[in-house]
Design a protein around this ligand. Structure first.
Ligand code: GLN
Length: 389
């Protein structure tokens, strides 16, 4: 049968590819972003309780009310504003579903969506499936700063949405308040909406504070803001995310959500609701927690030939291997899996037109022992590489 793929050029995501390769080669996986240490045992106990108490049937389509109330309280603590749990908050299957729903809700045939490369790989396929087209603006290493004049020039009458991811995966840069003001000025008087992927909202380093669109009076009126308990509670496998948006946008998002995932795994929602109620401060130490891990890895790698690029946020760390090899990042990452037994994430798959660069992304959401072992492997590989040169 002749079959035309809707996404002929899309393969398997680099995260899955690298995790599979790590398993096949017996390599330590510091590529795909997920913790390798246990969740809070009190959260695990809350899940067992939720199942035992009978939370085993469909949760409400929009999310368990108890959880949405806790999310609202948490947002108030973080961003000083009350969002209506009933009309402005929707629980989704991870951040990924929220991104997809928001894109399907607002992007139509021929619409343009501005995204910033290196862009998280879920954005473009969702835009294309909605019939839209991405305008990809590259952020240049090593600072990966936004250029709002360039954004202004990239807009057209077809521009419908801008996707801003901050803290940004995989570049580890963050948008500042000035960035949000500049963005607001760029889209003022234009019918452009914003999709703010803020799943790393609690992981900013060196005293930085997260500039959320929800705390920005002008931007929040036209934003879908996406968050993730996978990141905040170290439980990526639970697949619980949520989207915060004004009532009008939430209504449209839910039209997609109800026919996409319909409703999200019930006991996880009740467990998180109960956990947040009992431990409302559980997430407040995340920046310090991950900064210590970043510093541990960076201190072990500095001078090895894997040069750390300063990271402002996310639970990733970029390293530049340019002193060790001129291989492409895909080839070099593959060599690291085979020869150093370390799986990483190359950066070029996140660009439409990758600039010349020799960067790899490492995940620091790992036990200290894993980070030390990974650094040892990388340093040993680098030393061998230098000897053979
Ligand atoms: N968010 C994870 C990362 O950046 C990947 C999740 C996935 O594999 N889709 O590594």
């Amino acid at each position: 049968m002749h079959f035309n793929s809707k996404l002929p050029d899309v393969g398997t995501t680099i995260f899955t590819v690298m995790s599979r390769r790590a398993l096949a080669e017996g390599a330590l996986n510091i590529g795909q972003g997920f913790p390798d240490y246990p969740i809070d045992p009190r959260l695990a106990a809350a899940l067992i309780d939720a199942v035992g108490e009978g939370h085993n049937q469909y949760a409400p389509m929009e999310g368990a009310v108890e959880l949405r109330e806790q999310i609202s309280a948490k947002l108030h603590t973080s961003y000083g504003r009350r969002f209506d749990p009933l009309t402005e908050i929707t629980v989704t299957c991870g951040g990924t579903e929220a991104l997809y729903d928001a894109i399907q809700a607002v992007v139509g045939a021929g619409d343009e969506v501005v995204i910033f490369d290196p862009a998280y790989d879920a954005y473009e396929p969702a835009v294309r499936l909605a019939g839209g087209r991405c305008i990809r603006l590259a952020l240049a290493p090593p600072a990966f700063r936004f250029d709002w004049d360039r954004v202004r020039r990239a807009l057209s009458d077809r521009t419908r949405l801008i996707i801003v991811n901050s803290p940004q995966n995989p570049s580890c840069t963050v948008a500042t308040l000035e960035d949000l003001d500049a963005l607001a000025a760029v889209i003022r008087d234009r019918p452009i909406m914003l999709l703010a992927d803020e799943v790393y909202e609690h992981v900013l380093y060196d005293g930085r504070r997260h500039a959320s669109v929800l705390a920005h009076a002008e931007l929040r009126e036209r934003s879908f803001a996406v968050f993730s308990f996978g990141k905040t509670l170290h439980a990526t496998g639970w697949r619980i995310g949520y989207c915060v948006a004004p009532q009008l946008l939430t209504r449209e998002l839910r039209k997609v959500h109800q026919f996409n995932s319909f409703s999200i795994v019930a006991p996880m929602q009740y467990a998180i609701a109960r956990y947040l109620k009992a431990h409302p401060e559980s997430w407040t130490g995340l920046s310090a927690f991950f900064q210590a891990k970043r510093d541990l890895l960076v201190s072990r790698l500095r001078g090895s030939g894997f040069e750390p690029i300063p990271a402002a946020g996310t639970y990733f760390q970029l390293v530049d291997y340019g002193a060790l090899s001129g291989d492409t990042d895909m080839d070099f990452a593959d060599r690291l899996i085979r020869e150093a037994k370390i799986a990483t994430i190359p950066l070029s798959p996140f660009y439409a037109a990758p600039p010349a660069m020799t960067l790899l992304r490492l995940c620091i959401a790992k036990s200290d022992a894993t980070l030390v072992t990974a650094a040892d492997h990388l340093c040993a590989f680098a030393a061998k590489q230098a000897r053979n040169r």
